[in-house]
Write a protein that binds this ligand. Structure first.
Ligand code: ADP
Length: 179
């Protein structure tokens, strides 16, 4: 977890490689649906371009499908999800019904000035100035409460500084995750 631009995708990819598990990024899956012009993509694009979250039922559908795949049997990494308390609740019931448990949450901590700098130079379609500020506000309003929600559960929360060299951040994540 972490705000937009925190490096979830970069760190998530490295970590999934290292752990030899699939990584499911809701953002990547949605962008692919948008590119392919599927009905989900057409619906999602409106929200993404406005910096809003895609509706929870769409997202939970994506995750439900991902977890049912055979490659998920040995574990998986979720990137950019859950982003609302409703998604966290939906995930908890999916996991329970499938006999999975969350090992840990990696929360990347990045200061606001650094986030703004990164997003304004990244150049993705939803990185236009007004969209960025809306995404940051949405993070504060809807996603930060998810951290508090997990604090009330017994899932391990690993907060890791997300500033510095990519490899150094990855090393910290691995160290905190432990064997
Ligand atoms: P970033 O973390 O930089 O915002 P993502 O690729 O994770 O990038 O997300 C891009 C956009 O995709 C979000 O702004 C949102 O519109 C949509 N999205 C991704 N994941 C979710 C999710 N779990 N719930 C709702 N919308 C999502």
């Amino acid at each position: 977890m972490g705000p937009p631009g925190a490096g979830k995708g970069t760190q998530g990819e490295l970590l999934a490689q290292k752990l030899e598990i699939p990584r499911f990024s809701t953002g990547d899956i949605l962008r692919q649906a948008v590119r392919e012009g599927t009905s989900m993509g057409v619906e999602a694009a409106r929200f993404m371009h406005a910096g809003e979250l895609v509706p929870d039922d769409v997202i939970l559908g994506i995750i439900g499908e991902a977890l049912e795949q055979e490659e998920s049997e040995g574990g998986f990494l979720l990137d950019g999800f859950p982003r609302t308390v409703a998604q966290a609740e939906g995930l908890a019931s999916l996991l329970e019904s499938m006999g999975f448990e969350l090992d840990a949450i990696v929360n990347l901590i990045v200061p606001a000035e650094e986030i703004l700098k990164r997003l304004s130079t990244r150049g993705r379609k939803d990185d236009a100035a007004e969209t960025i500020s809306r995404r940051l506000a949405v993070y504060e309003e809807q996603t930060r409460p998810v951290l508090e929600w997990y604090a009330g559960t017994d899932v391990r929360m690993l907060s890791v500084e997300g500033v510095g060299a990519i490899e150094a951040i990855q090393a910290h994540i691995l160290e905190r995750l432990g064997p």
